[in-house]
Design a protein around this ligand. Sequence first.
Ligand code: AMP
Ligand code: FES
Ligand code: ZN
Ligand code: ZN
Length: 344
Amino acid sequence: MKCTVCRGEAVIDLRRHNANFCREHFLRFCRDQVAKAIAEHRMFGPDDRVLVAVSGGKDSLALWDLLVELGYRAEGLYIDLGIGSYSEASTATSVAFAESRGLTLHRVDLREEHGYDIPTAAAVTRRVPCSSCGLSKRHLFDEVARTGGFDVVATGHNLDDEAAVLLGNVLHWQTEYLGRQAPVLEERDGFPKKVKPLVRLSERETAAYCVLRGIDYIVEECPMAAGNRHLRYKEALNALEAASPGTKHAFYFEFLDKAADRFRPEARASQEELRPCTSCGAPTTAEVCAFCRLVERVRGAEPVPVEVLGSKGRRRRRRNGAARDGAAAEAGATAAAAGERVRP
Ligand code: AMP
Ligand code: FES
Ligand code: ZN
Ligand code: ZN
């Protein structure tokens, strides 16, 4: 297999681009794709301070590395969610990456700083873990960006993630969410700008990037997310992609080009007024924001180990999910007002 650019020995074949690349040209391909996404979607400029949300996984570490390689001013933010050995490994990996490159990593430990962790929050609220997890992460990304004076928050969502979310939104005709799905969410009423510079790269490509750059990332997925719908959509898209390379890219980018605008009015219409949370000052649609209410509810609760929340427990809670509690409903409304999507 020869590199399409230099005819040297190729290390990867990219069927959807009808190309093979050697190490050097594959790394250049990744940088070019990220640079193109940043420019095309006007994500940020060379003087902007970028806060990269880092989980220790391949996508966010590849993203941080790529932004630094491209010369951007990028600092990391890691949130310790307290999910047993998974969080311990994520912390160690993120810290080691930052140290090895002399980069600044901001850290927030949920248990130390806010008195709870995700398994405990899930048990107390009797909702799927991803619900309090997503709410906590969004709140803390915004807060650190605001207090640290960052211009933009970048996350490691890749093409597979965005195509899977799109498929889920289409299958259920979530027109409001379709109107919000974009690689850039502009700053609004105290919410920082959010961007996804990896939208042009697939999961396989970010993994290959890490391997070729010698980036040690955690392979393990969050144990609390196993079996969720999002993963099933990814599998379905992978099957289509295998039969017809380029399907995911066309599905997502042609949606952005040809259809996304049609759903914008619906998304805008659903945006409620925002005001500062009386407790922490974050923008919210309620008196007290969903994060502060979650903290109030779960702080100091007896810690629940991850193992207690088996898949059965999750299924049971999911069936009970119809009775959405106030905090969850408000979190959805606030995220909607900020222009964000809340994963079901
Ligand atoms: P996920 O929702 O787990 O697929 O993660 C999507 C993106 O959110 C990742 O690519 C990261 O940019 C960010 N992220 C996930 N977990 C964390 C974490 N514990 N701390 C900081 N950022 C995170
Ligand atoms: Fe949030 Fe798993 S990373 S529940
Ligand atoms: Zn080459
Ligand atoms: Zn608050």
